[in-house]
Design a protein around this ligand. Structure first.
Ligand SMILES: [Zn+2]
Length: 134
């Protein structure tokens, strides 16, 4: 009945305890331009993993897309991964699984409810004011 004191002491003895991890990142403001940080196991693990750079690039790319473009791209990526796709892409991108499903359904429906002219910004195409008729 002797408790293993050596191991307990070893784990408790940390010379640098006064460094709170919250000081490193803190709470970041939620904005559209914010690049989502992947929460998949590969990116959470210590050390290098090829997925880390790739998932970061995916989220970087997604941060520049609008909402519907995001879910179509993520739906396509999820499709490539098969049955686990929706769940894994939700983890990587922070998008809701239902959002990803919706994106896939829209693509399967040939984006019928998403006319292309909606992409144009309002007021982007100003008609020429001056007409030179002489
Ligand atoms: Zn990841």
């Amino acid at each position: 009945m002797t408790p293993c004191l050596e191991m307990e002491e070893g784990t408790l003895r940390h010379p640098l305890v006064g460094t709170p991890s919250s000081a490193m990142g803190g709470q970041l403001a939620m904005s559209e331009r914010q690049v989502h940080e992947c929460e998949c196991p590969h990116c959470q693990q210590a050390g290098e993993h090829p997925d880390k750079a790739r998932h970061h690039r995916m989220n970087l790319f997604l941060s520049r897309l609008d909402e519907q473009q995001r879910r179509w791209y993520v739906a396509l990526e999820a499709e490539r991964l098969g049955t686990e796709g929706d769940r894994r892409l939700a983890q990587i991108t922070g998008l809701d699984e239902r959002t990803i499903r919706r994106g896939r359904e829209e693509l399967l429906a040939e984006l019928a409810d998403r006319p292309t002219d909606r992409v144009r910004q309002a007021g982007a195409g100003r008609p020429p004011v001056e007409k030179k008729i002489h």
